[in-house]
Design a protein around this ligand. Sequence first.
Ligand SMILES: Nc1ncnc2c1ncn2[C@@H]1O[C@H](COP(=O)(O)OP(=O)(O)OP(=O)(O)O)[C@@H](O)[C@H]1O
Ligand SMILES: [Mg+2]
Length: 244
Amino acid sequence: MGLQAKPYLQRITALFGDHVDWDRHPYTVPAVRNLESIGFHPDVTFFIGENGAGKSTLLESIALALGFSMEGGTRNVRLNTAREDAPLFEALRLSQSFRTPRDGYFFRAESFHNVATYMDEVDYLHGYGDRSLHSRSHGEAFMAVLLNKFQGKGLYLLDEPEAALSPNRQLAALTAIHQLVEDESQFIIATHSPILLAYPNAKILLFDGTGITEVAYEDTEHYAITRDFLNHYPRRLEQLLKPE
Ligand SMILES: Nc1ncnc2c1ncn2[C@@H]1O[C@H](COP(=O)(O)OP(=O)(O)OP(=O)(O)O)[C@@H](O)[C@H]1O
Ligand SMILES: [Mg+2]
């Protein structure tokens, strides 16, 4: 067996020094507090878990450790609106492939607006289909990034990409992600989408009160709750909306 180029990011290992204040954010978050080491899938690794479980916190820190700016975008995008230092990234040791990815992007739904503004300001639009991302809808802008900006052979970090996308576009996003995977790309995606999570060449990491553990797709709440609700929604609504 020859050397594999992927995964570009193979593993992160947390080396917390003595200076860590365990009573302060982000070290009070169990997924961070109990973090030892995470191995990444060569194709797609999903971060899932309840709101507040620490997915974005860890994804941001990985992005910073890789050299992306906090606000997202390619490694060339430098924005100085970051809300605070995230020293967690300094504790992360990265195990990387001998091969460097040729492309990269850190997508955060929350700050995509700022990146779009920056792209307008530096007049850097040919990578995005030659039209301001501000003149597109949220979902159109995200699809423009996915289809035009991502070049392949890349390492892509996405935080809740589904926030922008209709169910139909989420299906299209699966196709686009798969094409990029086939073209030697690796993704790390924080998501709540039961559609995106179905992507088969993937590892799903659940963030919860005990830390981070791997789960199978059909064992996720996303799958079980969505399926149960859609199959039984009149009954579930009765239960959810019944007067006290
Ligand atoms: N700057 C901050 N200071 C203090 N606490 C913070 C800060 N940023 C986030 N937190 C807390 O850290 C925890 C983890 O937040 P994080 O954004 O990583 O969650 P998440 O898993 O991405 O959730 P979601 O699914 O809602 O996006 C939350 O309890 C949040 O309130
Ligand atoms: Mg988040």
